[in-house]
Design a protein around this ligand. Sequence first.
Ligand code: SF4
Ligand code: SF4
Length: 358
Amino acid sequence: MMSWFKHSETPLAANRREVAIRMEAIGGQGANSAGKILSDAAVTGAGYTGCHFASFGSEKRGSPVQSFVRFSPMGAPMRSAFFTTSPDLIVVFHEAMLRMHPGSLAGATASTTLVVNSAKQPGELLFPSGTSFGKIICVDAGAISRTKRCGINAVMLGAMSVAVPEVAQELVVASLEKFFGRLSNQARSRNVAGFRAALGDSHAASFRNEQASLPPGATPLPRMGWVNAPMGGLITNPGNTVLRDHSLSRQGFAPRFEARDCIQCGYCDMLCPDYCFVWDRSGENGAAALKGIDYQFCKGCQKCISVCPTGALSLSAENAIPEGERLRKFPDLDPEALEKKWHSVDWNINYPDEEEEK
Ligand code: SF4
Ligand code: SF4
């Protein structure tokens, strides 16, 4: 009888007819590549049937991206290329998505495993009310990718491998090396090192009921229609303009300002596409003086760092920037106040035709 299992006569979870994985990331974090690598390991490495595809939203860096992998250890044919609505594994590449993009958790059940790029422990994460998982795995992919100088996707693949025992880790390493074959040996080794670091540095725990404690209104989930659609063509997806909070566009990094080294040349302000720099008139004889950065608008493009002649701006993990250094350019546009205002709107108004039917 023909065997579907090229490398393992006894797959670890051969009772699973299909393994469905959905990666939720933002453009530029490499979720599409991670999906290609994992599906290559599952299909050409382990000999399963499987497929991979991705959805890129508005196709720009900083937009939410989804990458889907399906494979069957039982050899069931993969005929669907539809989005995964009942995932066995959800992989979130950016912790802010849990708060700002609740759709990233859609379809989670008590048997779903969640892998999150987070410096927190699994028990510290909070989710919208009603959310449920079987297991949560946290990996500080930002820190590992900085120390190993590798892609975040290589680290997330390591954490995924902890959750997907059906595909042997060495098969994923082989696919990773194949995929990055065009890179230098050093760059390939760095990515493999990031993958292996995640195997040892992933923290797993069972989901606790009290973690699903955020009230539903804590995340923007408006009901949109022709009656209550925002005026003026506002795009309300996370990372866009309505909440004026670009933190989801960053990939875990942001510039950090060291006032001591600043010579007030203003190059950073000239190059910043989002006017993030906050100045006042506290310089000599009332001259303009740079006070810091408004991270509300910063999308983490790092252009300011590249142009700063003195090193007063440096790359930092965004969660390492203390609250006291997060200035407000327009204090009246405080994002928390705006978010409260946003949630105070009753989006569940009745549509006129619904009224008539009653
Ligand atoms: S990283 Fe980009 S958006 Fe942020 S302050 Fe620097 S130039 Fe502006
Ligand atoms: S480019 Fe550097 S030195 Fe010049 S104003 Fe900006 S932070 Fe200061």
